[in-house]
Design a protein around this ligand. Structure first.
Ligand SMILES: Nc1ncnc2c1ncn2[C@@H]1O[C@H](COP(=O)(O)OP(=O)(O)O)[C@@H](O)[C@H]1O
Ligand SMILES: [Mg+2]
Length: 354
């Protein structure tokens, strides 16, 4: 008995793995250890041979700086799997990195895929995970994982709203009794914010900057609510008139202006979901507030702006970037007690709920 609950169970517990296969980054959670891997979902490929040259951090550093024959791609960029083969190899690489090549105690794996992924693609993700060494693979819906990771008790008949803003998609869901009652996913999130900044800087300053510089502007001085104290950042790009490199000082409130359009789309989507929410659950949400997760939710002042627009309190979850990964991990810890739709085993058609 002592053996079973000590060594034996401990080994199994350690074996279970949760994966957040995000459009911007992949996070891997190992039971008993927490998040052990956090890398961008980027793969660098040699165009001539089709070989993968680098994955994750190393590949991200190559974006926009690769020689002609090497391309850095983000296979999940818009929340759909644009390049299945590459996604599969990336998933396998990360999984192997974490679990090694084990013969015994193969882990159970729960994967959270972007909401736009098709059923066929989901099946292939499961196959890739199984092939990489999972004993059994389950999928979990993103808003459910985000909610669990944010510490929301989703099994109660109490309505909670989660807004997850990632790189490729923003996902909104109202959850009650372990399932999404109303949900919506839009392809307007972090990447669109960056693109809007590139466009704005080009138009206003005649300066062409790269996506990564735009992202730095967004993270460092970006804002969704007018700043009372102005902040600045210097960026270098290519002047569109002279064709030469030039440095420009950008103010935080300029980014507010740049982000107006994509922000509006996010607010409208949240508004739509609120409109479709049954009144009893609406009452719960206005009491409890909208929980924001994902990297995009960290944009300065976004919680405040959203609260003002919706008249519902909003808050950014603790460790917002890791919520989905933590949620996959927690779901795993209680997997045995689940009974319906939150975690799905596609192969056997079994449904697990919380
Ligand atoms: N402090 C921040 N402010 C604004 N945006 C941020 C911040 N930190 C990260 N992001 C953005 O969050 C997005 C990635 O979020 P993430 O939840 O990791 O995405 P995904 O789940 O799609 O992989 C990127 O667009 C990134 O620029
Ligand atoms: Mg995510």
């Amino acid at each position: 008995m002592a053996f079973k609950s000590g060594f034996g169970r401990g080994m199994f517990e350690y074996s279970d793995v949760g994966i957040d296969l995000g459009t911007a980054s992949v996070l891997v959670y190992v039971k008993g250890k927490g998040i052990v891997l956090r890398e961008p979902s980027v793969v660098a490929i040699d165009r001539m041979s089709g070989r993968m040259v680098a994955i994750g951090d190393e590949a991200r550093r190559m974006i926009g700086r690769t020689p002609g024959n090497i391309v850095a791609i983000r296979p999940l960029k818009d929340g759909v799997i644009s390049n299945f083969d590459v996604t599969e190899r990336m998933l396998r690489y990360f999984l192997r990195k974490v679990i090694g090549r084990r013969l015994f105690f193969k882990p159970r794996v729960v994967v959270c895929v972007p909401s736009g992924v098709t059923e066929v693609e989901k099946r292939s993700v499961i196959e890739a995970s199984d092939e990489a060494g999972a004993r059994k693979t389950y999928l979990i819906e993103e808003p459910i994982a985000a909610a669990i990771g944010a510490g929301i008790d989703i099994g109660t008949p109490y309505g909670s709203m989660v807004l997850d803003i990632g790189g490729g998609t923003a996902d909104i869901a109202v959850i009650s009794l372990g399932g999404a009652v109303v949900s919506e996913s839009i392809k307007c999130a972090g990447d669109r914010f960056d693109e809007a900044i590139v466009r704005y800087i080009r138009k206003k300053h005649n300066l062409l900057i790269g996506d990564r510089t735009a992202e730095e502007l967004k993270i460092n001085i970006g804002t969704a609510y007018p700043r009372t104290e102005e902040v600045y950042m210097d960026v270098t790009g290519r002047n569109l008139i002279s064709g030469l490199p030039r440095k420009v000082r950008v103010a935080g409130n300029e980014i507010l202006e740049a982000l107006e359009e994509p922000m509006q789309l996010v607010f409208e989507a949240v508004h739509n979901v609120l409109e479709r929410t049954p009144p009893e659950l609406s009452a719960d949400i206005s009491a409890n507030g909208i929980c924001m997760t994902g990297g995009g939710s960290l944009l300065y002042g976004l919680d405040r702006m959203l609260a003002e627009k919706t008249k519902v309190p909003c808050y950014v979850a603790e460790d917002a970037v890791s919520c989905v990964a933590i949620g996959t991990g927690k779901a795993l810890e209680d997997l045995d007690s689940y009974t319906a739709s939150a975690v799905r085993d596609y192969k056997r058609g079994e449904y697990f709920n919380l």
